[in-house]
Design a binder for this molecule. Sequence first.
Ligand code: AMP
Length: 439
Amino acid sequence: MKLQAAKNHSRFARVKGTHDTLPEAHAQWARIAAVAKQVLERAGAVQLTPPIFEYSEVFTKSVGESADLVVQKEMYTFFDAGARSLTLRPEFTAGVLRAFIEHGLYVWPSPIKLWSIGPVFRAEKPQRGRFRQFHQVNCELLGLDAPLLDAEAITLLYQIFSELGLRGLVVKLGSVGDPEDRQAYNHYLREALTPLADRLSEASRERLRLNPMRVLDSKSAEDQAVVASLKRPLDFLGEAAKVHFAQVQAYLSDWQLPFELEPNMVRGLDYYRRTAFEFHHGAIGAQSALCGGGRYDGLVEQLGGPPTPGVGWAFGLERLLDALQQEGALPTGSVRPLLYLIPMDEEAVGEVAKAAFTLRRHGVVLHAYAPRNPGKGLKEADRAGAVLAALRGSRERAHGSYQIKELASGAQFEVPEGELAAFLRGHQARDHEANTLLR
Ligand code: AMP
């Protein structure tokens, strides 16, 4: 049910780049979370939720000193009373892997699939699809370096989006190679770009200094013009990374998952290697990436754990909802009240509330909090979107019953109070049958 809202009279506004999740959006979120949970858990994933903040080293150690999150100060970092530096999580992977190591989960049989959902924080300049607090569904698949795991990670994501009815997806696939390949490519880029530096944007000149591969990610036209003439990351893949990448593609082709090769794909975080992927949507503006992911063998070790290969991804709920809205495929998910109880005298106020407590086992049951005449009570029931209304006054008390009205048809029934639950169950069953027949 969508309720009207009054004009904004608040003295305070929310922080720029953050959102209040209102009831309608919660119903949509719940649907996305339920679909993600079902798809992932049916594939053997289990849920792990790390804290919202960690010691800052967990993030700085994992994302790499040259990553945008660190360099461009996109992390919310603060000091606690003991002068320890803490950071609000800018992504899930580092915290999930810290927990994976801290709790010794690496002894579980491989592959280990861990999924999470919750808010993440980045001190970015807000714009469409780019917020300071946003929400991600994240999944890490750990313990195997087989290309099959990369292909499965991509397929799980694709299944979640398909299950939600999203159609305009473009799956982009690339490989950033092994660390030696990345190094060779970065070396090549530095040599090739340094003489052209004055044609690059200021941000890209900084990237050239710290992590030249990131110049390829620039959206600026001047940078893109320079980049167009250069060799691409895929041209620098070593033999092992090349074979691995070919196998990932072979699985996806065999499973008929449509993808495009993106020879220029790079990842913002230093820990990625080999497979990298993004899912894009054309109708959500400049920030068109619905998700980002890739392989990160070596990261668990970097965080102090035993050598454990892995591949992971995260998608943003806000961008996904934007894409679903553009396609007119937003989930509704709001639940219709089954019953609205109307007390017609003072004594009935407590009686209907008591009945509601037990009847809620069968669905959403609401009631009026003060006596109503039947006309007003039924109007309220209708406004609440209820399927049934039940009236209770002195006449019904004398009969030990409720007067029930089916709001759509107007049909009325006198139901003994002891049989209300059975009546609701029967009504739900008939309703379900009718809906099934209609389909
Ligand atoms: P990343 O961790 O940067 O690869 O981002 C993964 C996904 O999170 C993106 O594809 C977006 O869907 C979402 N995302 C990243 N940054 C933001 C942001 N600032 N605001 C909203 N969503 C974001």
